[in-house]
Design a protein around this ligand. Structure first.
Ligand code: ARG
Length: 507
């Protein structure tokens, strides 16, 4: 690097992102050198010297990243320059044969991102497992279900948790699809027009654990669509996570009072001694905005760039890094928070009844018992709801025995029905027994046994199915992780083999 002032140097670097790429770059260097040797493009002793030096650098990784890396334009230049400094240009200067930083950096980003995707997939599955197991513990924990944040119909916590788990299952699927687009190898594309050296692109792709080669060499160095795709998946995931975070925040208020935050996820106030603030959930909610911002950044950076490589592309990497790390950390925090939430089940059940949540079932019962249309039943129950709301349903209930209460309700239904359709529903086979059943919250839930509904039978079936899906997804994550590990093992074995020569020569 030519002498420049620090501001100028800083402007061109993306040090944080390059730290993230450091280990990937070492792998890319090793695989490229192994292949150059195999192809006879560089000599045995040259390959051995380079690989030996790369291993030495790897051994002092932390030190290298902290002290040597910052003095160069980027991680690729740093590694090559130090290599040349240590073993001389005649040998070290051969590492970059048939290669450009353009294909190199694209390969590094894909490797680093691939590792983080695998970690994120694992973490998502852990969160899914917590939600599924908590659901299993709460098949009969009754709570109000909401629309427009108003009490709508009763449901169970199991049904609610499974809804979140299902959203995350789709996020997992999106990550797998993104992974397929990420795990393709651009190495060998060089600056963009490939090279006249007889490179074996398949070989480096395989040594680096890629599923295939990103063929067109111009496409290979130009595209960052895999970054957009990954960050878009993260954005979707974070949006889903933010809804869970938001509910945890709401549920922990005195208004809801459904949960008590675990000690380690509640923070105090510097002035109000009684406070237990949901800062972690709030930050997960806020960081969703951060990740969405990253998506906007990468989209805007890539927009309208002429082919092939432009330095603009470097600017996308830090946003990818920020989005990736933020998402991984948020999933981990949410997992352990949900795991440790203290549930106030009685409070939930009590509130499930407030707001005439049985109204839909009452209308449905009227339809089934009397044969009138749903719309007419809806009108009747709707006016009844107005009357009851005025008189305060709960107050009436407290004053009367259950039998008297139900009789009173039926009488009100009859009054309303007479007003609306000129007939009493009790004369059309609507009985006190059926009204009582319709008003019962638990039987409300048990009646909703349509596929996907909150009835116990359905929830138990879904639990079984979701556990099986999760197991399948865990396997598909593991298969990918193991495939990568195997390639890394193969690469290390090749590096060792090729390094051995130097010892023979030294003797
Ligand atoms: N650090 C650069 C990046 O992230 C490496 C590529 C530089 N290539 C170039 N032609 N200047 O994209």
């Amino acid at each position: 690097m030519q002498k420049q002032n620090r501001t100028q140097e800083d402007y061109i670097m993306s040090l944080e992102a390059d730290r993230w790429l450091f280990h990937a770059d070492l792998l890319v260097d090793k695989a490229h050198v192994v292949m150059l040797k195999e192809r006879g493009i560089i000599k045995r002793d040259e390959a051995a010297a380079i690989l030996h030096c790369l291993t030495k650098i790897e051994e002092r990784s932390d030190d290298f990243i902290e002290h040597e890396l910052p003095s160069y334009e980027d991680v690729h230049t740093a590694l090559e320059s130090v290599l040349i400094k240590e073993i001389g240009e005649d040998k070290g200067g051969r590492m970059h044969t048939g290669r450009s930083r353009n294909d190199e950096v694209a390969t590094c980003i894909r490797i680093a991102l691939r590792n983080d995707l695998l970690e994120l997939m694992r973490k998502i599955n852990e969160l899914r497992e917590v939600l599924i197991e908590k659901a299993a513990e709460n098949v009969d924990t009754v709570m109000p279900g909401y629309t427009h944040l108003q009490h709508a119909q009763p449901t169970t916590l199991a049904h609610h948790y499974l809804a979140h788990a299902d959203a995350l299952a789709r996020d997992f699927l999106r990550l797998i699809r993104a992974y397929e687009c990420v795990n393709v190898c651009p190495l060998g594309a060089a600056a963009f027009a490939s090279t006249g050296f007889p490179l074996d692109r398949e070989r480096t792709a395989k040594l680096l654990g890629f599923d295939s080669v990103l063929e067109n060499s111009m496409d290979a160095v130009s595209t960052r669509d895999f970054i957009i795709e990954a960050v878009s998946c993260f954005s979707n995931l974070m949006t889903n996570l933010s809804r869970l975070a938001e509910e945890i925040i709401l549920w922990s208020t005195s208004e809801f009072d459904f949960i008590r935050l675990p000690e380690e996820y509640a923070t105090g106030s510097s002035i109000m001694p009684q406070k237990r603030n949901p800062d972690y959930a709030e930050l997960a909610r806020a960081r969703t905005g951060t990740v969405h911002g990253c998506l906007m950044s990468v989209l805007s950076i890539c927009k309208a760039l002429p082919y092939s490589y432009n330095r603009d592309l470097q600017e996308a990497t830090p946003h990818l890094l920020q989005a990736t790390k933020t998402t991984i950390a948020s999933v981990a925090v949410m997992k352990s928070m949900v795991e440790k939430l203290e549930l106030k089940k009685e409070e939930m059940e009590l509130k499930a009844k407030i707001g005439f949540t049985a109204a839909t079932e009452l209308a449905d019962t009227i339809v089934r018992e009397t044969g009138i249309s749903f719309r007419t039943a809806h009108k009747i129950v709707s006016s009844l709801a107005l009357v009851l709301a005025d008189e305060n349903l709960e107050a009436i209930k407290e004053q009367e025995s259950e039998k008297a209460f139900v009789a009173e309700i039926l009488q009100r239904i009859d009054e309303t029905a007479t007003h609306i359709m000129g007939k009493k529903l009790s004369e059309m086979k609507l009985t006190e027994k059926k009204v009582k059943e319709a008003l019962n919250i638990v039987s409300n839930i048990q009646k909703r046994n349509v596929k996907g509904g909150p009835a116990e039978k359905e929830v138990l079936r879904m639990l079984r199915a979701r556990r099986m899906d999760l197991e399948k997804d865990e396997k598909s994550q593991q298969v990918r992780e193991e495939r990568v590990k195997r390639s890394m093992g193969e690469l290390e074995r090749e590096v060792k083999k090729k390094k051995r020569v130097i010892k023979v020569i030294k003797k």
